[in-house]
Design a protein around this ligand. Structure first.
Ligand SMILES: [Zn+2]
Length: 590
C-alpha cells in the first residue's frame, strides 16, 4: 500500500538539489564549529547561538526551543507556510518542475500560473489608474471620504477600475491574452471591465499575491455596493484570509488576531493602528481559514457587526476556533456600529477607544450566554430555568473538554447550580477526568509561541491561587525569566498577605502591564489551570534554564577553541556534556 506518489519523488528531488546551509544562511548568520554550523535561532529569542545546522545530514536542531527538521521544515517555519508551500518555494528555487506529473496536472498548474500573473498585472493596472490617472479621481474621492490615506491604500494595493474597456486596451498594448483576463473574472466577453467604476480591493494570500478582487462602487445609484471575483483555480474563497499578508507580523507580535467581517473594516482598522486585523473574506469562517490563522496565533478576537447576523456569525466563528484550540473573545461594538464606523467615529481617540473595547471583550462563552438570556428576567425562577436550559445547549456545542470548565463558569455567571447531564436526553455526561492528551496539546501550544511558559505559569496562578501553595517552595523568583521575575515576586507577596482573594484586592497597585495580564487571564483563562500542570510548568522552566545555560557553554566553547585554550576547552566540554546528560534525564522523566 505504500507506493510512493509523485509528491514523494518531488520532495526527494528538491531535497537533493537544494543545500540546507545556503537556505538557512539567507536568514541566519552561521559560524562554523567542528563540522557543524551554529547561529542564533530564528524561531525564538536568544543572545547566544543554540541553533545548529548539520551540513552532512542536511538537518538542523535548536537546543533552545527544540525545533528541528530538514530544509522543508525550516522553510515551512520561516515562511510560515505549509509543507506544500515549502515544496513549491524550494522547487522554484531549485528549478525543479513539480508538474511533470500528468498532462492534466501540468495544464492545471500552467493555467493557474497564468491566472496569477494576470491578477498581479490587473492589480498593478488598477493601482496605477487610481493614483496616476485623471480617471482615478472617483476612487481617490471615495478614499478621502473613508479617511483612508494614500499610504494605507498603497499597502493594500487598492486601485480603481475606470468605466469602459481600459484594462482590455492595456492588455492589447502589452500583447497579453484577453482570454486569461476573462478566465480570471476580470473582464466580460465584450472586453468591458467587470469592475468598471469601482474601487478595487485585491484579495491577496499571506504572501501578497493577488488571488481575486472585491470592488466597491463609487456610484450612488448602483444597487450592488460590492461585487466579487468568481472562484477560479487560483481562488477558493474559504481558504484566504484577507489582510493576513499585512497583519501576520503584528499578529505574532501581539499574540492575537482580530477577525472582522468586511474588507473595508480591515483597511480602516490598519489605517487607525489596529495592525493585527484580518477578515474572513466573504464567507463564514471556515476550517481552512482557522488553520491558516493558527499558524500565527492561538488567540482570536472576533469583532463583527453588532446586528443579529453579525452576532450569529461571531458565535459560529468562536465555536469553530474553539474546536481548533484557540482562545476566543468577542468584542461588542456599542450603538450597533460596525468596526469601520466605530474607528472613524472615534477619530483621534480611535486607538484609545479601541483598546478599551478590546480590553472588555468577553470570552466567547459569556458572549453566547448574554445572547441566550436577552429578554429574560433573571429574578424570575422560571426564566432562570429557561436560561439554564439554553446555556446548557450552548455549552454542548463546544468541544467536549470545555464542557466542565464552561459549566462551572456558567454556574457562577448565572448564580444557580446546574448540570449538563440529561440535556440531550442521552444519559449522563462523562465524568470529568484530566485528559492525558492535554499536556501534550499544551506543549504544542507553548513551544516557541509568544505565550511563554513563565507567562503561562503567572496566568495560571492568577486564575488558580490555590496552586500557589504547591509552587512557592518549588521555584524562586530568580529562577524565572527576567521579565516574569518581578511579577512572580509581587504575586508571592500578595497571596502571602491576603490569601486567595488577595490578588483581587491588591490588583490596583500592580503595574499596568501586569494588571492587564491578570485581567486577561481572568477573562479568558488558559486552557488548563490545575495544580499538576503548575508543577509541570515549573519543571519546564527549570529545564529551559538549563538549556539556556547549555547554549551559553557551547558559545563559550567556540570562543575557547578559537583561542586554542586547550584547558578551558576540556573543562567546558565536560561541563556541557554533564549538563546535556542532566537535560536528557529530566526530559525523559517528564
Ligand atoms: Zn530556537
Amino acid at each position: 500500500m505504500s507506493s510512493r506518489g509523485p509528491q514523494d519523488d518531488a520532495f526527494a528531488e528538491v531535497k537533493a538539489k537544494v543545500d540546507l546551509v545556503k537556505v538557512v544562511s539567507e536568514h541566519v548568520r552561521l559560524t562554523k564549529r567542528n563540522k557543524d554550523l551554529w547561529g542564533l535561532c530564528p524561531f525564538h529569542q536568544e543572545d547566544s547561538p543554540s541553533f545548529k545546522v548539520d551540513p552532512q545530514r542536511q538537518s538542523w536542531y535548536c537546543f533552545g526551543c527544540e525545533r528541528h527538521g530538514d530544509v522543508f521544515t525550516f522553510v515551512e517555519l520561516i515562511e510560515k507556510t505549509d509543507k506544500r508551500g515549502a515544496l513549491q518555494l524550494l522547487a522554484e528555487r531549485a528549478g525543479v518542475e513539480l508538474q511533470k506529473l500528468s498532462p492534466e496536472q501540468k495544464e492545471r498548474t500552467d493555467s493557474r500560473r497564468r491566472l496569477l500573473a494576470m491578477l498581479k498585472l490587473a492589480a498593478q493596472y488598477y493601482e496605477y489608474v487610481l493614483w496616476s490617472s485623471p480617471a482615478g479621481e472617483p476612487g481617490r474621492r471615495l478614499l478621502l471620504q473613508r479617511q483612508v490615506s494614500e499610504e494605507t491604500a498603497r499597502r493594500f494595493q487598492l486601485g480603481y477600475a475606470p468605466a469602459g474597456r481600459g484594462f482590455a486596451e492595456y492588455l492589447r498594448a502589452k500583447k497579453r491574452s484577453l482570454a486569461d483576463a476573462q478566465a480570471a473574472g476580470l473582464m466580460r466577453r465584450d472586453g468591458a471591465d467587470f469592475f468598471a467604476e469601482r474601487l478595487v480591493i485585491p484579495i491577496r494570500d499571506e504572501r501578497s499575491q493577488p488571488l481575486a478582487f472585491t470592488a466597491r462602487t463609487v456610484r450612488a445609484d448602483e444597487q450592488r455596493k460590492y461585487i466579487n471575483s468568481p472562484e477560479t483555480p487560483a481562488y477558493v474563497k474559504g481558504r484566504v484570509i484577507f489582510g493576513l499578508d499585512l497583519a501576520r507580523d503584528e499578529i505574532t507580535r501581539r499574540g492575537q488576531a482580530v477577525l472582522m467581517e468586511g474588507q473595508f473594516d480591515v483597511i480602516t482598522a490598519h489605517q487607525f493602528g489596529v495592525g493585527n486585523a484580518v477578515a474572513s473574506s466573504g464567507t463564514a469562517l471556515t476550517e481552512d481559514q482557522v488553520r491558516l490563522l493558527k499558524r500565527f496565533t492561538d488567540e482570536l478576537l472576533v469583532v463583527f457587526d453588532a446586528d443579529r447576523a453579525g452576532r450569529a456569525a461571531a458565535e459560529k466563528a468562536s465555536k469553530l476556533a474553539a474546536f481548533h484550540d484557540m482562545r476566543v473573545r468577542v468584542a461588542d461594538i456599542p450603538d450597533g456600529k460596525d468596526p469601520d464606523e466605530f474607528l472613524r467615529g472615534a477619530g483621534p481617540q480611535a486607538v484609545e477607544r479601541w483598546e478599551a473595547l478590546t480590553a472588555t471583550a468577553a470570552p466567547s462563552l459569556e458572549f453566547g450566554m448574554e445572547a441566550r438570556v436577552e429578554g429574560l428576567n433573571l429574578s424570575n425562577a422560571n426564566h432562570v430555568e429557561v436560561a439554564a436550559a439554553r446555556i446548557r445547549e450552548l455549552i454542548l456545542e463546544y468541544p467536549e473538554h470545555l464542557w466542565e470548565p464552561y459549566r462551572e463558569r456558567a454556574e457562577r455567571w448565572l448564580g444557580v447550580p446546574f448540570q449538563l447531564r440529561g440535556a440531550r436526553g442521552n444519559g449522563p455526561v462523562r465524568p470529568q477526568t484530566p485528559k492525558p492528551a492535554q499536556t501534550n496539546g499544551l506543549d504544542a501550544r507553548i513551544v516557541g509561541k509568544k505565550l511563554t511558559v513563565g507567562r503561562y505559569l503567572l496566568q495560571l496562578l492568577a486564575v488558580n491561587p490555590a496552586a500557589f501553595e504547591r509552587i512557592r517552595t518549588k521555584i524562586t523568583p530568580d529562577e524565572l525569566d527576567e521579565e516574569d521575575r518581578a511579577m512572580y515576586a509581587r504575586m508571592l507577596e500578595t497571596y502571602g498577605r491576603g490569601g486567595a482573594s488577595g490578588l483581587e484586592n491588591e490588583l490596583g497597585e500592580y503595574p499596568a502591564e501586569e494588571q492587564d495580564l491578570i485581567r486577561r487571564a481572568w477573562a479568558a483563562p488558559p486552557p488548563s489551570v490545575d495544580d499538576r500542570l503548575a508543577e509541570e510548568l515549573v519543571a519546564r522552566i527549570r529545564l529551559d534554564r538549563m538549556k539556556v545555560r547549555h547554549s551559553g557553554i557551547i558559545r563559550e566553547l567556540s570562543e575557547a577553541e578559537r583561542g586554542r585554550e586547550a584547558e578551558r576547552v576540556a573543562r567546558l566540554e565536560a561541563e556541557a556534556s554533564e549538563l546535556a546528560r542532566a537535560i536528557n534525564d529530566m526530559e525523559r522523566s517528564r
